[in-house]
Design a binder for this molecule. Structure first.
Ligand code: NAD
Length: 320
């Protein structure tokens, strides 16, 4: 299939591109490089540097590539920044996203896989979280992702758009080619590994008095390659006009506490990792764990990698 990947120079997008190329698909990466890295795009993929709001360039790129589907990953995704500057998040994650949908209509493309997030759920009462749980985002980041998901439902009814919204929990790990390179970095595993490598003096643990097994927050981590394979399955699953799928993506089970992640990293790297206690952050629920039963049942997706492999692949990538 001929697939355009927006945000394909970013962390997850570059791995999605890698997996698509490995599976024999033709890929066009569209990225404005505001956060991404040109060298993360595999040589086999075509690359266009453009912002999604540039309707004319995007529509022309989709048409000349003869794209049959789009995987839409381009977005801003820093929760704290979204609270301080919501206008940036509405402009990029909603307005520029709708401009992409217009460009897709101009280019007669009716299949889309969208990077959504667990942040659409806010602070759910029940764990593991199923797709039927109430959506109640507690920050503009989650709110803008949910707004775009909702638009997809109306576009399905009105225009027959087929879409799958993938609500990721915490992506982690690396492939042999690509690793996490966010700036600023806010994700736990790369921060812990930077502390192990001596690039950071310590890791801050926000809250150690939660009602969890060791007092620190429980989160659900998913290897970026498992996540990438889910995109291809979801895309191939968009068989009928008007299909509007929603899938959670995590490894489920009992998740991992912040302390467990730090201990795992200390064992794998063989280095001590200093920590510093800080108070709880507003809007950080004690436990966020996904039920991914729906995508497993509908699309036959299974995660292959555990926390051990997420941390060790990220560590190997850092050492390269
Ligand atoms: N990393 C996670 O754990 C996680 C969890 C849940 C959801 N997500 C979502 O997954 C997607 C990818 O996340 P990531 O961690 O790879 O982020 P990332 O910042 O590494 O990648 C996003 C890419 O989109 C590009 N981009 C942003 N706005 C653009 C625009 N208007 N036009 C063109 N390109 C633009 C950036 O340059 C970047 O390369 C995002 O939509 C994010 O919200 C990520």
């Amino acid at each position: 299939m001929r697939v355009a990947v927006t945000g394909g120079a970013g962390y997850i997008g570059s791995v999605v591109t890698e997996v698509l190329v490995d599976q024999g698909h033709d890929v066009l990466v569209i990225d404005d490089l505001s956060k991404g890295h040109r060298d993360a795009v595999p040589d086999e993929a075509r690359f266009v540097q453009a912002g999604l709001a540039d309707h004319r360039t995007i529509a022309a790129a989709l048409r000349s590539f003869k794209a049959e589907a789009v995987i839409h990953m381009a977005a801003y995704s820093l929760v704290g920044e979204s609270v301080a500057r919501p206008e940036r998040y509405y402009a990029n994650n909603v307005v520029a996203g709708l401009s992409l949908l217009d460009a897709m209509r101009d280019a007669a493309i009716n299949r889309l896989v969208f990077s959504s997030t667990a942040a659409v759920y806010g602070e759910p009462a029940e764990q593991p979280i199923e797709e039927t749980a109430a959506t109640a985002p507690t920050n503009p980041y989650g709110e803008t992702k949910l707004a775009f998901e909702r638009a997809l439902r109306w576009y399905a009814d009105a225009h027959g758009l087929r879409s799958a919204s993938l609500r990721y929990f915490n992506a982690a790990g690396a492939t042999r080619r690509n690793a996490e390179r966010h700036d600023p970095e806010t994700h736990l595993i790369p921060l812990v590994l930077k502390a192990a490598a001596g690039e950071l003096p310590f890791v801050t643990v926000f809250g150690d008095d939660y009602p969890t097994r060791d007092g620190t927050c429980v989160r659900d981590y998913i290897h970026v390659e498992d996540l990438a394979r889910a995109h291809v399955l979801a895309l191939l699953g968009l068989k009928e006009a008007g299909t509007c799928l929603v899938y959670n993506l995590g490894c489920g089970g009992t998740g991992h506490t912040v302390r467990e992640v730090i201990d795992t990293a200390a064992r794998i790297t063989g280095r001590p990792i200093a920590t510093r206690r800080a108070g709880r952050r507003v809007g950080d629920p004690p436990v966020l764990v996904a039920s991914s039963a729906r995508i497993q049942r509908d699309q036959g997706w299974q995660p292959h990698y555990d926390l051990e492999e997420m941390v060790s692949s990220a560590w190997r990538a850092m050492q390269r």
